[in-house]
Design a protein around this ligand. Structure first.
Ligand code: AMP
Length: 126
């Protein structure tokens, strides 16, 4: 399933339902602005998703509409999660898909954190 249009926000997307506690998740971190949990289909030994608690479809949507405190809180949360996962020294990758070309599947902004092995080239070439 792809994200055909980035807006409006769909309150029934799977991450909105996780935030409401309607679907279980394996939590890693939570604060006022962000929630982090293990990806259900991990692509690396460490694969965690960090999401803002607000209703934002993409990075552009978040950057345009979120309050400064939400943006600062989310960015700090991503850093805190990487630290808590213990992958800073060995290194890790952040990735945020947005829109159909990126194959974004869930229309709630999320940053993937990958680590725990050498991650190889940035993009898989077809
Ligand atoms: P993206 O393609 O960037 O939208 O990534 C969506 C990610 O969400 C994928 O890596 C999925 O494996 C992950 N995902 C989907 N449903 C769940 C879920 N219920 N709990 C945790 N991760 C999920």
């Amino acid at each position: 399933m792809g994200v055909e249009t980035l807006e409006p926000y769909d309150d029934n997307n799977i991450f909105a339902r996780i935030l409401r506690g309607e679907i279980p998740a394996r939590p890693v971190y939570e604060d006022d602005h962000a929630f982090a949990f293990h990806d259900i289909n991990p692509q690396a030994p460490t694969h965690v998703l960090v999401i803002p608690k607000g209703r934002y479809v993409s990075w552009a949507d978040f950057a345009a509409k979120a309050a400064d405190g939400e943006i600062a809180g989310f960015v700090r949360a991503v850093g805190a999660v990487a630290r808590e996962l213990g992958i800073e020294e060995a290194g890790y990758r952040l990735l945020a898909n947005a829109g159909p070309n990126s194959h974004q599947e869930v229309p709630h902004l999320h940053v993937h954190i990958f680590g725990g092995k050498k991650l190889g080239p940035m993009l898989v070439t077809p």
